[in-house]
Design a binder for this molecule. Sequence first.
Ligand SMILES: [Zn+2]
Length: 471
Amino acid sequence: MKVTRIAYSTALNPGKYAALVEQARRLGRVRSEVWQRCGSVAGVGSGLRDRQVRDRWLADGTHVQFGVLANAWKETVRDAMADIAANLAAAKVEVRRAVARRINDPVELRRMLTALKADQWAGDPFLARQLRKHWKRGRNHTHDQIVVRADQHNSITDARGRVWLAVPGLVRRKMVKIPLSTTVAPTGTLRLILRRGRVEVHYQIDASQMRSSQRPCGDATIGVDKGYTEALTDSDGDPHGTRLGQMLSSESDRLKERNRRRAKLRSIANTAALRGDHAKAHRIKINNLGTVKRDRQVARHRAQVRTEVFTAVHRVVDKAATVVAEDLTKRFAGRKRLGKNMNRRLAAWTKGVTAEALTNVSERRGSALVHVNAAYTSQTCHRCGRLGRRNGDTFHCTWCGVVWQADVNAAINILQRAGDPDIALHTPHHRVKQILQDRTDRHRTRLPVQDSSPATAERRANHPNRSTTSN
Ligand SMILES: [Zn+2]
């Protein structure tokens, strides 16, 4: 598994930045040329590889006009061809669907799919037409990137521990040295993205090289409940990522306040513009309504949340060989409108990060991740199985007369769902409720619990509404 890392430049000299911007602009023209020549149905149909494009350009002198070093444009050609291939692959998925819909004869269908796969659609009017329809004739939109081959850059660490990355500029043998805000030197092929006066250095590392990937996982089976105050609470009763709630609520407050101030400034600028004071309107727009600082603050907050969540997941995996968690992929997708509520928006985004962290860390450290249906896990007493009421941080079971810590109760229920014979991952919400009620009804009428032989379990799974024969 590959993981993308990003290093950022720090206090980069504006002259160097300008030189990199110029290089990226010229390489953008290289990209445009590649798209122009190869990014069409006919272009890709010609089956050109990036090496052939390079040889052609060298032969006919196309490369001279760009005014960049050889390695730079060659890498860019390779990168642009890869972009085109990805773009085409996405279109082919659509075409395959269209072909499967229209063509009924299995022999003809197979012939077409084979031709599509081999990029041989030129002779087939139907395929060519479909491809033209689904493949929006591509065009290059990238003018701010420089791809640097692995053997074309080097880095040194200065006395203060700062890493300086040296990459080729526009002049041969004159490297541009970029100070980075990291202590780890980037490796492999680099993609420099120039944004708002800063250089982002994107590179990939093998996940197995990461220090945290060497950490062994535990041997227990642990259920986790994803929360807002804490990132995770586990079925042993331990909270993890306890600073999350504070982070999210202070960010939410900050955003609300910021948006309020910006709205006010915007109205002042609009009023000024209406009065004819365009200079003032412009000044406010430039000085007070910019996006550089805003975007940076958002990025910083996101990075902090990610660290908190990933650390929490690592803590759980320290104990667990198997982590049981709620399946988030299908959770009320699209039903809930998040609207303007900042808290809920942040929470939704955080849940996605938690899901990503669980998958990522489990894979790296070799623990298993089991997804379960989490319906009613926060509203059920883990001891007696009765539905109760969750009230903030507590869960009260009137039957047991016990007050549980709500997240711990939910985590234990989630753990138990992993072995539940009746409630499968995709059992609908309402049926889960019925199953839970049937179980407790059995308690109430003091009937013996049905034996758990497979036949009974299966019957119950198939006819959950008939599993109680009392009354
Ligand atoms: Zn109870």
